[in-house]
Design a protein. Structure first.
Length: 291
């Protein structure tokens, strides 16, 4: 097995290879003057199983084209299998046509992955109505979750926690982590008016006096949901408020906004950022080794 770091997988590729006890190579990626991508492998690929590590953050469309160019080229150069390991995978939210004329991007993008890859590993994909990967991909697919890593971090660093899910979509992460720790949890209700305007409500009372509230979610993008949730938790007497997420997108300076609001933030390193304190490379490596 050869682990190949794509342009947005450099922060994890070599770590995954080391923990999987596999060879590692880079992928040379640059652009022509008109912004077309040029991709070149740096190692021989014939008869090898190739794992392309690509996290699809920022310039997401370029990341997708790069991965497709690399996968097709790997097959042309004799790779016997091409695998995608995606610490963060995009285009999961648009799984139906919410407004007239919209593209339903989820099946379009997963269809492209089906065409060019043999297997895909995704870290905590943001699934909605279709909640299993086999409903999305025709190729072999496997979900890898960071829940145990988040639980271990909380156990080590936070005393007397109560786990809070900021909306109904977060229950898969918040309740799982709370069950691992054997602590109380609550899931809030959210009404979204836009990407920047949300309303969060507590649907069941909880006493937080003297306790540390830990908001657990898969993605933090603008941070508005987290800030609205924190307001409720403060009113309920939370001693301290922290937030732990899998994917720290932190759009529009969201990380600094959260810190200024007095919310301590930690994320995994699926996307490189200043709050990335939880390393997922071992979890991905184990998944690749066990298949």
């Amino acid at each position: 097995m050869l682990i190949v770091s794509c342009s947005h997988g450099k922060h994890l590729g070599s770590l995954i290879a080391k923990k999987a006890k596999a060879r590692h190579s880079g992928l040379h990626v640059d652009k022509f003057p008109d912004d077309e991508l040029r991709v070149r492998f740096e190692s021989g690929l014939r008869n090898k199983s190739i794992v392309l590590v690509q996290s699809f953050y920022k310039n997401v469309s370029d990341c997708i084209i790069e991965a497709i160019l690399a996968a097709k080229t790997a097959k042309e150069l004799g790779a016997k299998k091409v695998i995608l390991a995606a610490p963060y995978f995009p285009y999961m939210r648009q799984d139906k046509r919410f407004h007239k004329g919209e593209a339903v991007s989820q099946p379009i993008v997963t269809g492209l992955i089906d065409k060019y890859f043999d297997t895909v590993y995704l870290m905590d994909p943001h699934l909605h109505r279709k909640n299993k990967l086999e409903h999305l991909f025709k190729i072999r697919s496997k979900k890898v979750t960071a829940n145990s890593l988040i639980a271990a971090y909380i156990k080590k660093h936070i005393k007397n926690p109560v786990i809070i899910g900021p909306d109904e979509e977060s229950y898969k992460w918040a309740r799982s982590v709370a069950n691992m720790l054997g602590v109380e949890s609550r899931i809030l209700r959210k009404k979204r008016y836009s990407s920047y305007h949300v309303e969060v409500k507590l649907n069941k009372k909880i006493n937080l006096k003297g306790k540390n509230a830990v908001i657990v979610d898969d993605i933090i993008s603008t941070g508005n949901t987290i800030m609205e949730t924190a307001k409720i938790l403060r009113r309920l007497g939370a001693k301290d408020i922290r937030c732990i997420c899998v994917h720290g997108i932190f759009a529009n300076d969201a990380l600094n906004k959260l810190k200024k609001a007095g919310i301590k933030v930690v994320s995994t390193n699926t996307i490189p950022n200043k709050a990335a304190k939880i390393d997922v490379s071992g979890m991905i490596a184990d998944s690749l080794k066990t298949g």
